[in-house]
Every structure is written in structure tokens, then in C-alpha cells.
Design a protein around this ligand. Structure first.
Ligand code: FE
Length: 210
């Protein structure tokens, strides 16, 4: 179908949302999917599977050096230890940010993303501009996300595939020595695990909660 032939929708749904809706209605009508099962699936990815899972993995790695080692050497198993597994998380690799290296993740082909630890990908992750520019000019993209790196720091860009999904292990913020694992997890935002943000500092996090 060409762009011109697509009907114009003026009732609040985007073209793609309308197409999804039509497809969903058709599948239900034909008895191919059960609407309850569909709602369950949506609920799973909206509420139960999301970046809070990845944040717990990161916080554990920050407080437990042996867990960090396991995460870096065999991420799929280490993540499964915390109870997170499933579709699009079968082959995980964790990449660690250090004083020398900053990692960021993209899928140049489509939108491969580690669902069990991060949930569903944000819209910008699927946009062609991010997919192209993350590779061609990663520092410019990072700057647009508000991340200014030391020019000495190496930026490594990891291209996700249907085979491997990446989780960035952000650097632990300063002045967090006294925080519990749970409080640390609160500092780990989604974007920091994609590598387009840093983990929150405890002060910023305090402000945002008010
Ligand atoms: Fe992809």
C-alpha cells in the first residue's frame, strides 16, 4: 500500500495505531486471538516487565562484585538468577561503563531490545534517525540526550541483533555508599541501561521524587 492510498484518520489515532487496531479487531473477529489473552500480554509488558527489572540487575551488580562478574561473563544466566527471562532476552550481553569506556546500544536494522530487563523499546529507539546516527555520530546523539562525555573517553556502540541483546551496566554514581540495593535501583533509569543517559545522582533523584 502506498502512502497516498492510506485513509486519513482524524480521530486521534495515528496511522499505525489505526492499522494495529484494525488488525486486532480482525484477529478477534476471526477467532484467531482471545482478547483476554491479548490484554494479559499487554499488561505483562506495561506493568510487570520493564526497566525496573534491569535496574535491579544493575543495583545488584553494584553491590555484589561476584554477581557483577557473573553478569559480565554470562549475562543471560546472571539475569535469569534474578528471575528475568523470556522472549528477546535469550542471549544477553552486559557491557560495563567505566572511567575509560562508555557503551551505548542501538539496533541499526530494526528495534531489537532486551524485553525481559527493559520492557518495550521507546519510540525514539525505533526511529531511523537514532538507528543511523547512533553509529555515525554517537557523541552528537549523546549530547542531545544531555550526556557530555570527556573527549578522552571511548564510546562503544553495540548493534543489537536477533541473536544478541545488550544491557549497559552504568557507572555507580558518587555519594551512594550508604544506599541500600533498593535505593540504588531507583537511580537506574531506563536510558542509562541503553547508554544514552547516566544513572541519576542521589540528589537529582531526590528532587524528582518531590
Ligand atoms: Fe532489531
Amino acid at each position: 500500500m502506498t502512502q497516498e492510498k492510506l485513509p486519513h484518520h482524524s480521530h486521534g489515532l495515528s496511522e499505525i495505531e489505526q492499522r494495529v487496531k484494525n488488525l486486532e479487531n480482525l484477529l478477534v473477529e476471526k477467532g484467531l486471538v482471545n482478547p483476554q489473552a491479548m490484554d494479559e500480554l499487554v499488561d505483562t509488558y506495561e506493568h510487570r516487565v520493564g526497566p525496573q527489572n534491569g535496574a535491579r540487575v544493575v543495583a545488584r551488580a553494584w553491590v555484589d562484585p561476584e554477581y557483577r562478574q557473573r553478569l559480565l561473563s554470562s549475562a543471560t544466566d546472571a539475569i535469569m538468577e534474578m528471575g528475568y527471562k523470556g522472549r528477546q532476552g535469550e542471549h544477553m550481553q552486559a557491557v560495563e561503563n567505566t572511567d575509560e569506556v562508555h557503551n551505548m546500544v542501538v539496533c541499526t536494522l530494526c528495534s531489537c531490545y532486551p524485553w525481559p530487563v527493559l520492557g518495550l523499546p521507546p519510540t525514539w529507539y525505533k526511529a531511523s534517525s537514532y538507528r543511523a546516527r547512533a553509529v555515525s555520530e554517537p557523541r552528537a546523539v549523546l549530547a542531545e540526550f544531555g550526556v557530555e562525555l570527556d573527549p578522552q573517553k571511548e564510546v562503544r556502540v553495540w548493534d543489537s541483533t536477533s541473536e544478541i541483546r545488550y544491557l549497559v551496566l552504568p557507572q555507580r554514581p558518587e555519594n551512594t555508599e550508604n544506599l541500600s540495593e533498593e535505593q540504588l535501583a531507583d537511580l537506574v533509569n531506563r536510558d542509562s541501561m541503553i547508554g544514552v543517559a547516566l544513572a541519576d545522582s542521589p540528589e537529582i533523584n531526590q528532587k524528582e521524587r518531590k
